[in-house]
Design a protein around this ligand. Structure first.
Ligand SMILES: [Mn+2]
Length: 501
């Protein structure tokens, strides 16, 4: 997924009201019925906690690194609340990345509280319990009744699996009342209820500090990103396998069929897609964020697919491949593809500890500008520097055909670490453990009069997920081929094997 870094300072929305416990179409229940139905239940079947058993020491170390930066201060990081989609229906919940990074928990409404001690902090996780047998809500609450929506992991099981002291969410208000006047750091804007409990919480710096700590991935996180890339590669194979079923079918939305094939893999192997899939055939590939995906697939077109699977632990891949839907490249397609591939390889070569974050971008842009000039599209060579940015090749005019930046951080969030300061991110240097995308692209719009007719409507992006080391960069998404001959050979191979879970 492409990212404009200038937009990185997002504003977190206010938490909206929860969906109501009952709905207008529910049939009212008389008191004597409630009393009768409330009786004679055994305990509800337990729901095992979904976290991996090997997570706990890594999450503890992350809390430890945060603890050192807020000595003597209460630290509060909420997961956030479900968002209402309409009336009593909600969007699928996804916890705030900072919260999951510190706890490994992914449940809605949960809150991490770190109470200062003499030497550090004592951490407690608060989790919502659902209504159990013996309570009317067990069978009447469509949001928190275990009969309606299934059980949630118990407080005890959560504490055992996460190895983190855990208490019922119902205790949070009283527990925080003791700290109402303490100096506190609250990740604000995530859970309005928590914000109200600690009106003096200082929010801005905590989000920035956590996102700067998140720049460096630990071993466990690198393994989750490897998992995400491996699952995503299988999802790309599912998509390539389905192309013959929709090619030359102008009566169906072939892009949607392919999007659905990927989503099935995402739900099978992970939590969801990490961001809305971009599946653009033909001229749709020139729209950077083509999310409509409602086009048909016509023979001879290029297909640009920018897709990532998010694991159950919420780490996502972000991979783009461009492939010829008919299985062979035209000379013009190949010319553009090879230029982008050369730019990407030049960019990846710059990914190493100590290098500027923007080094990969500069290397990739120089290659693109050089090709654009050689094709007669850019009026000046890549050597001519830009007046307002000496580092920009081709006087900056190449941006008309590429528009987006080349890299962004990747982790729990597809555009990870968005609250990190410029001097630690875009204007900073890479360090071992950082993971970023390298994703140059060329996009020739159908209505661009500066582009030769034979290239109009061609869009190519190639995106990989690269881990920084003190030596050579590690391409976590290398399982998906990039060489143009390897891409078509891979398409033939996967189209010769049936889909399988
Ligand atoms: Mn991306």
């Amino acid at each position: 997924m492409t990212d404009e870094l200038s937009d990185q300072a997002g504003v977190l929305p206010e938490a909206p009201p929860e969906a109501s416990e009952s709905s207008s179409h529910d049939i009212p229940m008389a008191a004597h019925l409630r009393d009768a139905i409330a009786k004679d239940w055994d305990p509800a079947p337990p729901m095992p906690h979904p976290a991996r058993a090997d997570l706990a020491p890594f999450a503890a170390a992350r809390r430890g690194s945060l603890s050192k930066l807020f000595p003597g201060q209460l630290v509060v990081v909420p997961a956030g609340n479900p968002k209402v989609r309409a009336n009593d229906t909600e969007y699928a919940f996804r916890a705030a990345g900072a919260f999951t990074w510190l706890t490994g928990e992914t449940a809605a409404d949960a809150v991490l509280v770190m109470v200062p001690t003499g030497t550090g902090h004592d951490s407690t996780l608060y989790v919502r319990e659902f209504a159990q047998p013996g309570e009317v809500g067990y069978f009447t609450s469509r949001t928190h009744g275990a009969v309606w929506v299934g059980n949630v992991p118990s407080v005890g099981d959560t504490e055992h699996v996460l190895r983190l002291a855990t208490r019922p969410l119902a205790a949070l208000r009283d527990d925080l009342a003791h700290h109402r006047d303490d100096q506190s750091a609250v990740l604000t804007g995530v859970d309005a209820g928590v914000d109200a409990l600690l009106p003096r919480g200082i929010g801005d710096r905590l989000g920035q500090v956590i996102d700067e700590l998140r720049l460096t991935k630990d071993e466990w996180e690198l393994d989750r990103l490897r998992d995400a890339c491996a699952a995503t590669a299988r999802g790309f194979a599912d998509v390539a396998r389905e192309i013959p079923h929709v090619i030359d079918r102008r009566d169906v939305r072939g892009e949607r069929w392919l999007e659905g094939a990927f989503w099935r893999r995402a739900r099978l192997e992970g939590n969801d897609v990490g961001y809305g899939s971009i599946v653009g055939a033909g001229p749709h590939a020139t729209t950077l964020h083509w999310w409509r995906n409602h086009g048909a697939i016509e023979p001879g077109q290029l297909l640009l697919a920018d897709m990532g699977i998010e694991t159950d632990e919420l780490y996502t891949a972000d991979i783009t491949r461009t492939m010829p839907v008919s299985g062979t490249w035209t000379p013009d397609q190949l010319r553009v593809y090879r230029a982008v591939l050369e730019a990407q390889s030049a960019g990846i070569a710059e990914v190493k500890a100590g290098a500027d974050f923007l080094a990969a971008h500069r290397a990739a842009m120089w290659v693109l500008a050089d090709h654009l000039h050689s094709w007669g599209i850019l009026p000046v060579s890549a050597e001519v520097s830009c007046a307002d940015d000496p580092e920009q090749p081709g006087a900056g005019l190449h941006r008309r055909y590429t528009l987006h930046s080349t890299s962004h951080m990747l982790g729990i969030d597809v555009h990870d670490c968005a609250l990190a300061r410029d001097e630690t991110y875009r204007g900073g240097a890479l360090a071992a453990g950082y993971v970023l995308t390298v994703e140059p692209g060329l996009y020739f719009q159908v209505n661009d009069r500066t582009v030769p007719a034979e290239l109009r409507g061609l869009g190519v992006r190639i995106e990989d997920d690269v881990a920084v080391t003190d030596g050579e960069p590690i391409n976590l998404s290398a399982a998906l081929p990039r060489d143009p001959d390897d891409v078509t050979a891979w398409m033939r191979e996967v189209q010769g094997t049936p889909a399988a879970p």
